[in-house]
Design a protein around this ligand. Structure first.
Ligand SMILES: C[S@@+](CC[C@H](N)C(=O)[O-])C[C@H]1O[C@@H](n2cnc3c(N)ncnc32)[C@H](O)[C@@H]1O
Length: 400
């Protein structure tokens, strides 16, 4: 969302004062966005179409933060949040917005990032693929306990919000929460713990005071939507030929979420790189029963550094997948990545802003040799502002 400079009327909103604002969109971070006399207002828990009386809570140079004092006219995009602690817990930001509108706003967020940061106005953004479940989709949760209370910490605080169930975790996790509640019922008030509950295909697990991801590396939180996204990416990757298999490089491969299906089902020779040793160990283990004649190599290391080594060794790959964390890729990656001469690059991103910045870098380094065919957003995280996307990038045959 573009911040704008104050207009010439000299109007300046003041902290503590109230104003009438109409909300027109939702932003990264979750707040609704409105505009008054050239000032951008960010209003948490508002919906596009709301007419609100808001109080300014913080004043920045070009925008203000404000809270809802009164809903003058409620948007048609509003719904009653399911969760009784919505607004206090901070885990989700959009339960008060109907799901279709959440999806529409996520598409707009992708479009805005591409135009504002990537300077791209004409890229095809396909209609977002909604999650199979709007609620009860997360396969893990990290609960906090304090005495007999169990819940999540309020956003940016250590205040524990106690609840009976969480509306975005899978029901097996809520069943586990009931057990945890009965176990801590007699704990003295000073006892504090962090309990991560996570689901594998067959059972429910717990990890006390240690994040599960530290032991096994990253894994996707919305299992059903992840299956769809992997299938979609495999469709883009296409089939290789067992007699003359092509080479696929999977950067930020984690435990092989994409490279294993590319190896097993699509018959590529795969080369995966990830910084997490436990994740690489899982990928190696899973690749052991690969089809005869294919190679699978998984390297624990930094992507930029490892890609530099591949480029220096003159290695070539027909397809490159990239699925970096929210911060995106290191700026030093692109020059070496271009030297690998991939015909197709598939960038999977959980942050449209860093994706757009990275795209601008790739475009620059490759001297416009690559172009985005299209971007397919996915909703992995209903009820929150987070949006995932898959971009298909191809190389033109000849340098123009
Ligand atoms: C969004 S996850 C994607 C994992 C995997 N592709 C998947 O779908 O499950 C990002 C991954 O990047 C890895 N990572 C973060 N920084 C890295 C770096 N500089 N070099 C290599 N891997 C890195 C993390 O360990 C994590 O597994």
């Amino acid at each position: 969302v573009k911040s704008s400079t104050p207009d010439e009327s000299g109007f300046t909103p003041e902290r503590g004062k109230t104003y009438e604002v109409t909300i027109h969109s939702l932003s990264h971070g979750g707040s609704g966005v409105g505009r008054l006399e050239g000032f951008v207002f960010f209003v948490p828990y508002s919906a596009p179409g709301d007419v609100l009386e808001v109080e300014v809570t913080a004043f920045k140079k070009n925008y203000v933060q404000a809270r809802i004092v009164r809903i003058i006219k409620a948007s048609e995009q509003r719904q009653t949040p399911h969760c009784p602690v919505f607004g206090q817990c901070g885990g989700c930001q959009w339960q008060h917005v109907i799901y279709e509108e959440q999806l529409r706003q996520k598409e707009l967020m992708v479009q805005h990032a591409l135009s504002r940061i990537g300077r791209e106005e004409n890229i095809e953004i396909k209609p977002i693929k909604g999650s199979p479940s709007e609620f009860y989709y997360r396969n893990r949760a990290q609960f906090r306990t304090q005495g007999s209370k169990v819940g999540f910490y309020k956003r940016n605080s250590h205040e524990l919000i106690d609840f009976e169930k969480c509306y975005i975790v899978e029901s097996a996790i809520n069943e586990e929460l009931v057990k945890i509640k009965s176990e801590v019922a007699r704990h003295d008030p000073s006892t504090q713990n962090k309990i991560e509950v996570f689901l594998s295909e067959t059972s429910v697990h717990r990890s006390m005071n240690q994040a599960h991801s530290e032991e096994t590396g990253f894994s996707q939180v919305n299992s059903k939507q992840n299956e769809r996204m992997v299938d979609y990416v495999m469709g883009l990757v296409g089939k290789s030929d067992l007699k003359q298999p092509q080479y696929l490089l999977d950067l930020f491969c984690g435990n092989g979420n994409f490279s294993l299906p590319a190896l097993m089902g699509q018959h590529f020779n795969v080369y995966g790189i990830d910084a997490s040793r436990p994740a690489i160990a899982v990928a190696r283990e899973q690749a052991q029963n690969k089809p005869h004649g294919l190679t699978a190599q998984f390297v624990a290391g930094d992507c930029s550094f490892e890609v530099k080594k591949l480029a220096r060794a003159g290695r070539k790959f027909s397809t490159i997948l990239l699925d970096p964390p929210r911060v995106g890729c290191d700026s030093r990656l692109w020059k070496n990545l271009v030297a690998l001469e991939a015909e197709t690059i598939i960038y999977i991103s959980c942050d449209p802003s860093t994706f757009s910045r990275d795209w601008a870098r790739l475009k620059g380094v490759s001297e416009d040799r690559y172009k985005i065919e299209f971007v397919q957003p996915f909703d992995m995280f209903p009820q929150t502002f987070h949006v995932e996307l898959v971009a298909k990038i191809t190389r033109s045959p000849e340098k123009s």
